[in-house]
Ligand binder design. Structure first.
Ligand SMILES: Cc1cc2nc3c(=O)[nH]c(=O)nc-3n(C[C@H](O)[C@H](O)[C@H](O)COP(=O)(O)O)c2cc1C
Length: 166
């Protein structure tokens, strides 16, 4: 599939089959994140791959009881070791980790694995239940699993509404 085809195919998936994801597919998803660009090539991210069922349940509660996280066979939690601000005023951690998770979600989509970016979570609770250093910044969470639904595409604004030409 072309990159644009994968982008078109991706949906937020909130229903998953219980079967496990093959290790090679999990490895490819992590590899996509590993290869992502980062500010000054710092790569100060940590990708936490959660497959333990009890941890998935605790993670779902930390995501404000979004229990579909516990139904997935895996989840990825993207954290940063630092919280450096760039001269443009943006957080390098947020941007770097967001690019990495975007790459991982697109790779997952290409492999037939569903994902759903989650921004609704309690970061302190996530760190506690996964026994992560308190100094980490938790940027995003996504369940991973074979989709048990094929949602219709959600609406997008037209190019005219979002493109400014100068
Ligand atoms: C930063 C961010 C935070 C999000 N947080 C959540 C969330 O906590 N729970 C959820 O079910 N979906 C969450 N979503 C998914 C969005 O609702 C979804 O991307 C949007 O409705 C468009 O649908 P689509 O992803 O299927 O194209 C989030 C997406 C983004 C990019």
């Amino acid at each position: 599939m072309s990159v644009l085809d994968v982008i078109r195919k991706r949906r937020s998936i909130r229903k998953f089959e219980s079967r496990n994801i093959e290790q090679e597919k999990l490895d490819s998803i992590i590899e996509a994140g590993r290869l992502a660009p980062s500010a000054s090539n710092q790569q100060s991210w940590k990708f936490v791959l959660v497959t333990d069922k009890r941890n998935l349940i605790e993670l779902a509660h930390a995501c404000h009881d979004q229990m579909f996280v516990a139904e997935a066979p895996a989840a990825i939690v993207v954290c940063s070791e630092d919280n450096r601000m760039m001269s443009c005023g943006q957080s390098a951690a947020t941007i770097d980790c967001s690019i990495a998770l975007s790459f991982m979600i697109l790779e997952a989509t290409d492999l037939g694995i569903g994902a759903c970016w989650l921004g609704s979570f309690d970061p302190e609770q996530v760190k506690e239940v996964l026994d992560l250093p308190k100094t980490y910044t938790v940027v995003a969470v996504s369940p991973l699993g074979y989709p048990a639904e094929i949602p219709n595409p959600r609406p997008r604004k037209s190019v005219d509404q979002i493109l400014i030409r100068r």
